[in-house]
Design a protein around this ligand. Structure first.
Ligand code: NDP
Ligand code: ZN
Length: 181
C-alpha cells in the first residue's frame, strides 16, 4: 500500500465533500462516511488491495459532488475510476428506479465493486442504528434495511468475513428497531 497515494485520495475526497453533511441529527461531516467504508474493508474485511481501498475513500465523489469520472482517471487512474463508476447511481433516474437497479446490477458487478457495495451498506446500516436521518420513521428504517440486504445478496461469495460483518450489522440494527431505542 502506497500511503502517499492513500493520503492523496483521502485529501481529494475530504476537499470534494467539504461542504456536505450526513443526514444524522448531528449532521456529521460527510467525509466520516468514506473513511468508515475504507476502514470496514481494511479492518473488518481484511482487504489490502490498494485500488479497492482508494475507491472506498472516493466512492461518493462522483455521485454526490461535482467530481467527474475523467478527474478520477487523471488523479488516480482508470481502475479506481471504473470501480467508483460501478458504485455510482445515475442521479437522472427516479430514486425508486435507482434502488431497483442497485439490486438488479449487484450480481453482475466486479468482485472489488461487490466488496465496496457491501462495506457501503454496512456503514449505512450502522448509521441507521446509531445515527439515523432524524425524520425517518421506524417503517422507513426497516424498509432501508430490507433493501440493503437485497443489494448485498447479489454481492455474496467473494469475502465471507465482510458478509458476516454485514449480517451482524443488520441483526444489531433490527434488534435496536424492535427494542424501540
Ligand atoms: P436515501 O435512500 O437516499 O437515504 C439513504 C442514503 O442516504 C443512504 O444510502 C446513504 O447513502 C445516505 N445517508 C446519509 N446520511 C445517512 C444516515 N445518517 N443514515 C443512513 N444513510 C445516510 O433516502 P431518500 O430520502 O433519498 O429516499 C429514497 C427511498 O426512500 C425512495 O425509494 C422512497 O420511495 C423511499 N421513501 C420511503 C418513505 C417511507 O416512509 N417509507 C418516505 C420517503 C421515501 P450514501 O452511502 O450514498 O451516503
Ligand atoms: Zn456511501
Amino acid at each position: 500500500m502506497d500511503s502517499v497515494r492513500f493520503l492523496r485520495a483521502l485529501s481529494f475526497a475530504a476537499h470534494k465533500h467539504r461542504d456536505q453533511r450526513r443526514k444524522d441529527a448531528n449532521a456529521s461531516p460527510y467525509i466520516n462516511h468514506p473513511i468508515a467504508v475504507a476502514t470496514v474493508l481494511a479492518a473488518e474485511g481484511g482487504v489490502t488491495d490498494e485500488a479497492l481501498l482508494l475507491a472506498a475513500l472516493l466512492h461518493d465523489t462522483v455521485e454526490d459532488t461535482d467530481t467527474t469520472p475523467e478527474e478520477l482517471v487523471e488523479h488516480f487512474g482508470a481502475e479506481i475510476a471504473d470501480l467508483v463508476a460501478e458504485v455510482t447511481d445515475d442521479k437522472a433516474l427516479d430514486k425508486d428506479v435507482r434502488r431497483r437497479l442497485q439490486v438488479e446490477h449487484a450480481a453482475g458487478a466486479s468482485d472489488k465493486a461487490k466488496q465496496l457495495k457491501i462495506a457501503d451498506k454496512v456503514c449505512n446500516i450502522r448509521d441507521i442504528a446509531a445515527g439515523p436521518p432524524s425524520d425517518w420513521s421506524v417503517e422507513r428504517k426497516r424498509e432501508y434495511l430490507a433493501w440493503a440486504e437485497s443489494v448485498v445478496a447479489g454481492c455474496r461469495g467473494i469475502n465471507a468475513a465482510l458478509e458476516g460483518v454485514c449480517d451482524e450489522a443488520l441483526a444489531t440494527a433490527r434488534a435496536k428497531l424492535l427494542s424501540g431505542l
